[in-house]
Design a protein around this ligand. Structure first.
Ligand code: BJW
Length: 248
């Protein structure tokens, strides 16, 4: 079957081999804190210096990391795919953006950052967003309002993910849903596989190991993203999927 309308969801695992740590590994982020305990508006209100400092470190790290073979394989696929391709990323790094900047995506391509972007800041009073590459102070003056501060443009727990209307439209019409490098622990993204299945899509997980929701997928391919993502996307060109439920 030739697919015409594809949604790819990515998570931290696709950037792991670029050197960006994942959230729920042993050496996960937040220096020993569970991300659920610190990535919240309440944590920011309680200790803005700590939260800003953490994002300052990660923003600086962006200059040291590069897209890897998995990001590039998706960008190359987006340049040659003739149908509609919606790439939804939970990642706040800019590695997909950079990979796609090296190619010319076909007209049906769209990239959505549903959890925000590290290289943007947001005014707490107006919600206006601007490009941002510098460090932010605990209480950083906003250029948009004397009543607001600049905070990282990041969706924390309890906040609404971005562009959900566009994501919902894409999920409701897709014929293939591919989930790459995500543990399936955080909603609403963890529920996308069910939504795509309801729309009649074929669903595939590409992850280092079975995720929490692995049993919900029609097929699972397990291994490092830099190996299994290029192989899987190449197989779509020829309709010859690699062995599903396998390890690379
Ligand atoms: C590799 C690899 C390699 C490694 N190759 N693979 C109770 C039940 C259900 C839901 C809730 C609940 N209580 C609260 C909620 C809602 C809450 C939630 O889901 N909580 C859970 C903890 C239970 N969600 C929210 O609050 C969200 N908002 C919301 O729901 O609003 C209401 C709403 C409802 C419906 C529609 C619309 C709105 C907001 C969630 C915001 C998440 N924010 C974070 C932090 C961002 C800040 C930052 O970056 O610092 O986003 S949390 C963190 O987790 C980050 C990630 O995007 C997200 C997902 O993590 P991800 O990407 O899956 O990473 P990991 O580390 O978990 O997994 C990596 C995977 O890669 C692993 O499986 C590895 O094996 C694999 N891997 N190396 C391939 N080389």
């Amino acid at each position: 079957m030739r697919h015409r309308d594809i949604v790819i969801l990515t998570g931290a695992g696709i950037s792991a081999e670029s050197g960006v740590p994942t959230f729920r590994s042993d050496d996960g982020l937040w220096l020993g804190h569970r991300v659920e305990e610190v990535a919240t508006p309440e944590a920011f209100a309680r200790d803005p210096a700590k939260v800003q400092d953490f994002y300052n470190q990660r923003r600086r790290q962006m200059a040291e990391v590069q897209p890897n073979a998995a990001h590039r394989a998706i960008a190359d696929f987006a340049a040659r795919f003739g149908g509609r391709l919606t790439l939804v990323t939970q990642n706040v790094d800019d590695l997909h953006d950079r990979a796609h900047a090296e190619t010319t995506p076909a007209p049906g391509f769209e990239l959505i950052h549903m959890h925000g972007e590290l290289l943007k800041a947001e005014c707490t009073a107006t919600d206006r967003v601007l490009d941002w590459t510098e460090d932010l102070d605990a209480y950083h003056d906003s250029p948009f309002s004397p009543d607001g501060w600049l905070r990282p443009h990041i969706v924390w727990f309890g906040e609404f993910p971005l562009h959900m209307d566009r994501i919902e439209r894409a999920l409701s019409s897709c014929d293939l849903f591919v989930s790459i490098g995500t543990s399936g622990e955080v909603y609403p993204a963890a529920g996308f596989v069910r939504r795509a299945h309801m729309a009649g899509a074929r669903t595939v997980e590409l992850n280092l190991e079975p995720s929490l929701g692995a049993s919900l997928f029609d097929a699972c391919i397990h291994g490092p993203a830099t190996e299994i993502v290029p192989a899987f996307l190449n197989s779509l060109d020829t309709n010859a999927w690699p062995n599903a439920d396998s390890r690379a």
